[in-house]
Ligand binder design. Structure first.
Ligand code: CTP
Ligand code: CA
Length: 228
């Protein structure tokens, strides 16, 4: 087997990555989900492995091959993703790239819902656990570096800044996912890196693989959490 040559700045570190959407069952044949290909999260897992890290990738349902060098835990729902993340801790770095469904149907029927004279069924929703916030706010066993993503369609910077404060993470990778941006399902991404101290770095539009490599470089840098 050929080994990837080059520096291994994350050797000895455990990097935990979430990726992909979650599927929240409505009934045995239907689900509620976010749009997410998993490309960016999987690329980050691959880049971290290439940088020498031990990588655990907790992935929702995606149509992607497992990234080389990562241990992949497949889940379906947000609650399963939270449980898998907790089981994978401790980690030195945690990157939450998954597009987690914010809500799930309050009660998933065990039988397929059928069309009927009553018209469409009402869909009562309950909120899913916030995986990023629950890890970032742990009093014991918080990874020293917690990175979130922010998918926004308007006011990207303002929303991302609010999110970093609300969630308690160290760094937010913010991207514009409005339809015009082509991020969803595409191979390229335009991101802003926002630090806890409010600092902002704008990256040019790059392949998701290149975004991943640069982010991993940043995670390996000594002052990665503080000031980008
Ligand atoms: N996230 C998570 N668990 C959730 C929701 C979001 O871990 N239940 C994580 C995502 O993986 C991402 C970050 O939180 O790293 C921000 O997700 P986003 O959907 O942009 O933010 P929300 O807090 O859900 O707010 P909203 O969707 O209302 O903008
Ligand atoms: Ca959300």
């Amino acid at each position: 087997l050929e080994r990837r040559a080059g520096p291994r700045p994350l050797a000895g570190r455990h990097v935990l990555v979430t990726s992909g959407p979650t599927h929240e069952p409505v009934d045995p044949v239907r689900y509620l989900a976010n749009r997410s290909s998993g490309k960016q999260g999987h690329a980050i897992a691959a880049a971290a492995a290439a940088a020498g890290a031990r990588v655990t990738l907790v992935s929702g349902p995606v149509a992607l091959p497992d990234p080389p060098g990562a241990v992949v835990v497949r889940v379906e729902t947000a609650r399963e993703m939270l449980a898998a993340v907790e089981a994978a801790l401790p980690a030195d770095v945690a990157v939450f790239a998954a597009a987690v469904a914010d809500w799930r149907p309050a009660a998933a029927g065990s039988q397929k819902l059928k069309k009927g004279a009553e018209g469409p069924p009402g869909l009562a929703l309950v909120e899913n656990p916030d995986i990023l916030a629950s890890v970032a706010r742990r009093s014991a066993g918080r990874p020293p570096l917690v990175v979130g993503f922010a998918a926004e369609t308007t006011d990207v910077l303002a929303h991302a800044r609010a999110k970093i404060a609300r969630k308690g993470c160290d760094l937010i990778v913010a991207n514009d996912v409005s339809a015009a941006s082509g991020v969803m399902g595409g191979d390229r991404n335009t991101v802003l890196l926002i630090g806890r101290d409010g600092s902002v770095e704008t990256w040019p539009t790059l392949d998701k693989d290149e975004v991943a490599r640069r982010l991993v470089e940043r995670l390996a840098a000594p002052a990665s959490g503080a000031a980008p």
